[in-house]
Each structure stands twice: as structure tokens, then as C-alpha cells.
Design a protein around this ligand. Structure first.
Ligand SMILES: [Zn+2]
Length: 267
């Protein structure tokens, strides 16, 4: 689809700052709707992001052909599977204007963090393994609880149990629920352990994002058992650092520096 970037009143119009945002139209762009002062602040944030990123931005990570999650390190002759889709995650970086001593909370705070979407190419097998861990344990737990409910609802069972007290059928159902919860956590742990050997679901283990981690970026929303990835068949088609030519655009922004922002303010 043809891009509709037509808001000539926007301070970022026609600039590399706008190009990095990779928006389809000014109507969809949050920055296009801001006042001039805030647009300049946004351009400054883009400069900070450019300075904090590797030379080619996120393009190298996004366009790599091998799965970023296959765990093959240390095993000779093993290569990552071919990637067929994307695992989306967000990464943040302390904002340079944050006060000294302000701690990274690992969550997004507009005042202290800058965030970028990181798209990891992944294979079908890694996606399935991560997916299995997120739905199978819960499904098993629910099936056990539902089986308990079905059992105590059977008339002969209920009347037999009620002889020992009217509350007994309910207590039996509760036992099924507890067993379901225990099974859920055991199965989750066991799948997690098995996955650990073949899938890198923790940010620190994903070598594709190591250059970001080295530069002070952190994974947003990481849980004890790994990243909460969102899997997509296609790349994001709009948004900051989702487009091509990132190296050229970011270099242009970096070399213009603060003077580039001043230039926007004089437009
Ligand atoms: Zn893989």
C-alpha cells in the first residue's frame, strides 16, 4: 500500500526521524498529532534510541534467516532451524534524561525508558515448544477439575457421598481442583526443563539480542520461565524500527546529532 505521509505541519515531515518510525500514514502516527514542542522531544528520543542501538539498528536481527531461539551452542555440527515466523518482544533502555539513581524496573515507564519492538525470526519447532508450555499444563489442570465436577454430579456417586455429610461431594470436587493445580505446575515445570535443553526462551540466552543487552537494553516483561513472546507469521508492517535501510537512516540521525533536532525546530 502506498504510504500517506502528508502532514507537512509535522516537525518530522520528510525527515529520517519520520522514516525510522515507518508509519503508513500520518493519520495513524501518534507523533504527527502532537504539538510542535512534543514532536521535537520525540525526535530527540529517536536520536537517543539511534545512539543506543547497534550500527544497523534492529534490521540485522529481524532479517536473519536462522531461528533465534534454537539452542545449538556448544553442540558441533548443529545449526539453527530455518526461521518461518517471528517472535515479538519489547526491549527497553534507560532514558538518558532519567535522574541518576533511578532504577530500571524491567517494565515500561515513559519517563525513564525508551522501548523498541524486537522481531526474532523463529522456527516452527521452537514456537510449538513454547506454545505447548503455555497451554498444555493449564488445559490438563482444567480437564482434571472438570472430571471431578462431572464425577460428583453423577447421581449414584453424589448420593453415596452425601451419606457422609452434605458437604462431602463439594469437598471431593475441591480435591480434584487441588490435584489439577498440582498437575498443572508439575507439567509446566517438566515441559520447561525439557524445553531448556533445546529452546532459548530467556532473554540472556538469546544470542541475537546480545548486542542490545551489552548496550544496556533490557527485555520487558520477562517472567521466571522466559519471555512472553507473541508469535506472528509476518513482520510488523509499521512502527519504529520495523522498516528497511535502518543503518543509513540511523547513521544520518546520529551524525546530525543535536544540531539535527535544532534544525527541525527552525522549520
Ligand atoms: Zn528454533
Amino acid at each position: 500500500m502506498e504510504k500517506e505521509l502528508n502532514n507537512k505541519d509535522c516537525r518530522l515531515y520528510g525527515s529520517p526521524y519520520c522514516a525510522v518510525l515507518n508509519q503508513k500514514s500520518c493519520k495513524d502516527c501518534r507523533i504527527s498529532k502532537l504539538g510542535a514542542a512534543d514532536q521535537l522531544k520525540a525526535a530527540e528520543d529517536i536520536l537517543y534510541i539511534a545512539e543506543a542501538l547497534p550500527e544497523d539498528g534492529l534490521e540485522g536481527i529481524m532479517n536473519s534467516t536462522g531461528c533465534a531461539l534454537c539452542r545449538t551452542k556448544g553442540r558441533e555440527g548443529e545449526e539453527a532451524n530455518a526461521a518461518v515466523q517471528y517472535a515479538q518482544m519489547d526491549m527497553g533502555h534507560l532514558h538518558p534524561t532519567a535522574k541518576v539513581g533511578e532504577k530500571l524496573s524491567g517494565s515500561y515507564d515513559r519517563g525513564t525508558a525508551m522501548t523498541v519492538p524486537v522481531q526474532l525470526p523463529v522456527c516452527e519447532s521452537c514456537r510449538k515448544k513454547i506454545g505447548k508450555k503455555s497451554y498444555l499444563p493449564l488445559a490438563l489442570g482444567c480437564i482434571i477439575a472438570a472430571a471431578g465436577l462431572a464425577l460428583v454430579s453423577l447421581e449414584p456417586v453424589r448420593s453415596a457421598l452425601t451419606k457422609y455429610g452434605r458437604i462431602i461431594p463439594f469437598l471431593v470436587f475441591l480435591i480434584f481442583v487441588f490435584v489439577g493445580i498440582i498437575v498443572e505446575s508439575l507439567v509446566k515445570r517438566s515441559i520447561g526443563k525439557k524445553n531448556e535443553r533445546t529452546v532459548n526462551s530467556r532473554a540472556k540466552r538469546i544470542s541475537a539480542i546480545a548486542p542490545l543487552l551489552e548496550r544496556g537494553w533490557f527485555a520487558i516483561g520477562e517472567l521466571n520461565d522466559g519471555m512472553p513472546f507473541i508469535f506472528t507469521k509476518k513482520k510488523l508492517d509499521s512502527g519504529i524500527l520495523t522498516g528497511e535501510n535502518q543503518r543509513e537512516l540511523l547513521n544520518e540521525i546520529r551524525s546530525a546529532g543535536k544540531a539535527g533536532i535544532d534544525e527541525l525546530s527552525r522549520r
